[in-house]
Write a protein that binds this ligand. Structure first.
Ligand SMILES: [Zn+2]
Length: 88
């Protein structure tokens, strides 16, 4: 699939709030709560007290999160899961 087709697909899916399929460890991720396979990706800041004291929270690491479009159950990952929908 070409670059522009991926961009258009990304925009259409985001606007329609369908969510994307992701894989981690070579397997499709499905929600452990409801079994849905569609998620939206996000980030969560991992604050440490040392950086917070100095007001430098921005420089702390962040975790990658994916949130189920059906029940909002959220998974946390250290490395970004692969977006399977855009690879098709
Ligand atoms: Zn769910």
């Amino acid at each position: 699939m070409g670059f522009w087709k991926r961009i258009i697909r990304y925009v259409v899916i985001t606007i329609n709030e369908q969510g994307f399929e992701y894989e981690a460890g070579g397997k499709l991720i499905s929600c452990s709560q409801c079994g849905n396979t569609r998620f939206f990706k996000g980030k969560a800041q991992l604050n440490t007290k040392d950086m917070t004291i100095w007001g430098l929270d921005y420089f702390d690491k962040s975790a990658k999160t994916i949130c189920c479009t059906q029940c909002s159950f959220t998974y946390w990952f250290g490395k970004s899961p692969v977006n399977r929908t855009l690879l098709k």
